[in-house]
Design a protein around this ligand. Structure first.
Ligand code: UDX
Ligand code: ADP
Length: 471
């Protein structure tokens, strides 16, 4: 029997660790939760007196307001929090490897390893260590090996896998009412007891029947598989959007008709300029890497195609813009509305907007960008990364970051909707039209605009997955 969890430490104060552990603190006032990070600026932001939190997430502010200082703390003192905790979440980043074996595919586990080594170095009593970062299968085993090889006498570590399924933009709702909480453990008496200790934490607000307990490896693979299946639906509908554009069908009607089949269901069938975010591509590439490692090339090829279709969709959309603007965008101004990878987040990781702006710049266009939440520095950073041969001065000569959609659109030849921000539906398109060069084009990469209405105003409109009407 494991004692109830009284103190939790979360290593990593990012998009996963921050909201997840803030909600745990809110829902479990009897548990003290300390979220730690090596990044001082990030921790300072979490602690800022005026709540200028480092990430934007609807509802997060209220959660932090209620729990911070009560039983929720943010700190850079990683060691102290590890030592005090009964249970430690490891929520550090696991980006795709940039060099070495598996570069471009495998997850870089350096951060997980360093956090694990820190736990082993610091802990003087037994702990439950929970792997929360998305990591390839059998990482828990590596964590266990590191912990066991470096632990002190009378210090045992039980490893659990507890992947997070929250989606950015709806993280707080997802955490308040998750479809399921998944906990993987070794099927030993100690493993099962540790699993029960964590399940009891969630049981403070999640119905027991939604807390699934499985083996460690199933839990790890489930996260990769769930993301791969979701992304596969998007690539499937996006492949059909190309077919629609060339045959006269309407992809929304298609999605609606398909989605009414209860076996298919309506979710994740929104055609778009492509999926982004820190998880989908990374997790699929991990699946590809694992499949190749165990000599299953057909399985690897199957999943790789989901990512390739996504690349194709971004490329296809950018090409449509160039083709439509009379085959050249040199020195033309394209206004890109939205830079985040989806609405209601300021996160730009793998955002399709980055690929679009890159294509436009390589075609010598001028680009104006407006996003309601993405910090300007982040946009410059992303563009520098995607165009490593371009000095920042060169990028800044061709790109302007605008304070509003209206400012971005002024004197532009075309508007490209890259993120489905609600405010883009609600802007006064007549006013925008009047400020633009004519003919004024709109390319709707998110299917959010009322095309007939825009056409009435005078715009020439192209939407993903809609037949080629350009009037
Ligand atoms: C995803 C998973 O949904 C979540 O369970 C997991 O924990 C992390 O990865 P996230 O990446 O935050 O979450 O957002 P999600 O809503 O899944 O969107 C991912 C991308 O797919 C976005 O770029 C979004 O715009 C795009 N998308 C989503 C579509 O293009 N069409 C859709 O129908 C749905
Ligand atoms: P995610 O979306 O998975 O939450 P983020 O990059 O937003 O990823 O957050 C991960 C956080 O983990 C970063 O703020 C990073 O500074 C932090 N981190 C990475 N390694 C360590 C470590 N060894 N100790 C403490 N914090 C770490």
């Amino acid at each position: 029997m494991v004692a109830p969890v009284k103190k939790i430490c979360c290593i990593g104060a990012g998009y996963v660790g921050g909201p997840t552990c803030a909600v745990i603190a809110l829902k479990c006032p009897q548990i003290e939760v300390t979220i730690v990070d090596l990044n001082k600026a990030r921790i300072d932001a979490w602690n800022s007196p005026d709540y200028q939190l480092p990430i934007y997430e609807p509802g997060l502010l209220e959660v932090v307001r209620q729990a911070r200082g009560r039983n929720l703390f943010f700190s850079t003192d990683v060691d102290a929090a590890i030592e005090a905790a009964d249970l430690i979440f490891v929520s550090v980043n696991t980006p795709t490897k940039k060099s070495g074996v598996g570069a471009g595919y495998a997850a870089d586990l350096a951060y997980v390893e360093s956090a694990t080594r820190r736990i082993a170095d610091v802990a003087t009593r037994s702990k439950i260590v929970v792997e929360k970062s998305t990591v390839p299968c059998r990482t828990a085993e590596s964590m266990r090996t590191i912990l066991e090889a470096n632990s002190k006498p009378n210090c045992r570590f039980d490893i659990l896998s507890n992947p997070e399924f929250l989606a950015e933009g709806t993280a707080i709702d997802d955490l308040f009412a998750p479809d399921r909480v998944l906990i993987g453990s070794l099927q030993t008496p100690e493993g099962v007891a540790a699993c029960e200790a964590l399940a009891s934490v969630y049981a403070n607000w999640v119905p027991r029947e939604r807390i699934l307990t499985v083996g460690l490896w199933s839990s790890e693979l489930s996260k990769l598989a769930a993301n791969a299946m979701l992304a596969q639906r998007i690539s499937s509908i996006n492949s059909l959007s190309a077919l629609c554009e060339n045959t006269g069908a309407n992809v929304e009607e298609l999605a609606h008709a398909m989605g009414r089949d209860t076996r298919i269901g309506p979710k994740f069938l929104r055609a778009s300029v492509g999926f982004g975010g820190s998880c989908f591509q990374k997790d699929i590439l991990n699946l590809v890497y694992i499949s190749e490692s165990v000599h299953l090339p057909e399985v690897a090829a199957y999943w790789r195609q989901v990512v390739e279709m996504n690349e194709y969709q971004k490329h296809r959309f950018a090409k449509t813009v160039v083709d439509t603007l009379f085959n050249t965008i040199t020195n033309k101004t394209i206004a890109v509305l939205g830079f985040a990878f989806k609405a209601d987040t300021g996160d730009t990781r793998e955002s399709p907007a980055i690929a679009l702006v890159r294509s436009f710049l390589l075609e010598s266009a001028k680009v104006t960008i407006y996003d309601p939440k993405v910090p300007h520095e982040q946009i410059w950073l992303d563009l520098s990364e995607t165009l490593p041969d371009w000095p920042i001065e060169k990028i800044q000569k061709s790109v302007t970051i605008a304070p509003s959609a209206l400012e971005a659109a002024k004197k532009s030849e075309a508007i490209v909707i890259a993120t489905e921000w609600k405010e883009f539906r609600e802007i006064d398109w007549k006013v925008i039209y009047d400020t633009m060069k004519k003919p004024a084009f709109v390319f709707d990469g998110r299917l959010i605009l009322d095309a007939p209405k825009l056409r009435e105003i005078g715009f020439r409109v192209k939407q993903i997955g809609r037949p080629e009407v350009l009037a």
